[in-house]
Design a protein around this ligand. Structure first.
Ligand code: ASP
Length: 329
């Protein structure tokens, strides 16, 4: 397989044969780099419709008879359960595989063989795997759409889409806003993906991290090349008064080679009511979760704390994506 275009063509004939032709049908979702601003607007439109559907009737049967297989080689709570909930609320079926270490992987099976096996049963595959590029590898050997649910420190495109949808729902606009990303910008895949999506809009980005956890230089360069104003600092206080969105992240303990480095940076930034007292009155505080100690529970009742709503928006976005790649929206 050479790319999404070929896969799309094959999927049309092999898998779907459905009437409506759409630009998403049969496509893999591997990286946010594949999305244009028009794509984003279309996804948000479908996600808004999914929200209305869930709020009015709970479930619909758009994907009745379709089967999603989710293979998680790394821990997950929200991504895994929200893909399952999304498929079920669309009337589809799910095979959810977690603890892949106990599957044939333990006997030495390659990712490629496992994915080709799972494809034999499925209409769409969702993969989380610790290696960067793993979802692209899976996509190369399969015909049905593959959705990247996190490839190590690489990307987390569906999280970024739901983060964008959260900003849209909470603020009602992207252009002219100032977004601060705070914490582990080195290993945090969600910020790698989200920052790239934000380049489609007129957004100023403040990157707040300890020196050790700075956003990889090639990503910062990519953002600047796309015309974005990007500021890097270690000082949260300097960005607090201007940020429309405060996007807080967990220090990714599992990705540190040297545990003493983790000890140096853990707990670098903590949002508590005192810190929030210096943020804008209409700021939106987001976090991809799980949180460890970056936001104290005392902040949860602050109306600016959007992280639980963010989880709910994720359901609508994943419903939209599933319906779209399976040619039904
Ligand atoms: N749940 C997010 C991820 O899978 C964020 C995190 O783990 O910190 O990347």
């Amino acid at each position: 397989m050479t790319g999404n275009g070929d896969k799309q063509a094959q999927a049309k004939t092999v898998r779907l044969g459905a009437p409506a032709d759409t630009s998403f049908r049969g496509r893999d979702i591997l990286s946010v780099k594949q999305f244009s601003r028009t794509d984003l607007e279309r996804i948000f439109l479908v996600a808004r419709n999914m929200r209305t559907a869930v709020e009015t009737v709970g479930s619909i049967d758009l994907l009745k008879g379709r089967l999603l297989t989710a293979a998680f080689y790394e821990p997950s709570t929200r991504t895994s359960s929200s893909f399952q909930a999304a498929m079920k609320r669309l009337g589809g079926e799910v095979i959810a595989l977690s603890g892949m270490a106990y599957s044939s992987v333990a006997k030495g099976e390659t990712l490629e063989d496992t994915m080709r096996t799972l494809e034999a049963y499925s209409d769409v595959l969702v993969l989380r795997h610790p290696e960067k590029g793993s979802a692209a590898r899976a996509a190369r050997v399969t015909r049905c759409p593959v959705i990247n649910a996190g490839d190590g420190p690489g990307e987390h495109p569906t999280q970024a889409l739901l983060d964008m949808f959260t900003i849209e729902q909470e603020l009602g606009r992207f252009d002219g806003i100032r977004v601060a990303m705070v914490g582990d910008l080195r290993y945090g895949r969600t910020v790698h993906s989200l920052s790239r999506l934000l380049t489609h809009f007129d957004v100023t980005l403040d990157l707040v991290s300890p020196e050790l956890l700075r956003m990889p230089a090639h990503i910062v360069q990519e953002l600047r090349d796309a015309g974005m104003t990007v500021n890097e600092t270690a000082d949260l206080e300097s960005v607090l008064p201007h940020a429309d969105v405060l996007y807080c992240t967990r220090v990714q303990k599992e990705r540190f080679e040297d545990p003493s480095d983790y000890a140096k940076v853990k707990g670098a930034y903590i949002f508590d009511p005192d810190v929030m007292g210096r943020a804008k009155a209409d700021a939106v505080l987001m976090h991809p979760f799980p949180r460890v100690d970056e936001i104290t529970p005392a902040v949860d009742s602050d109306p600016r704390a959007a992280y639980f709503r963010q989880i709910e928006y994720g359901l609508y976005v994943r419903m939209a994506l599933l319906a779209m790649v399976l040619g039904q929206a």
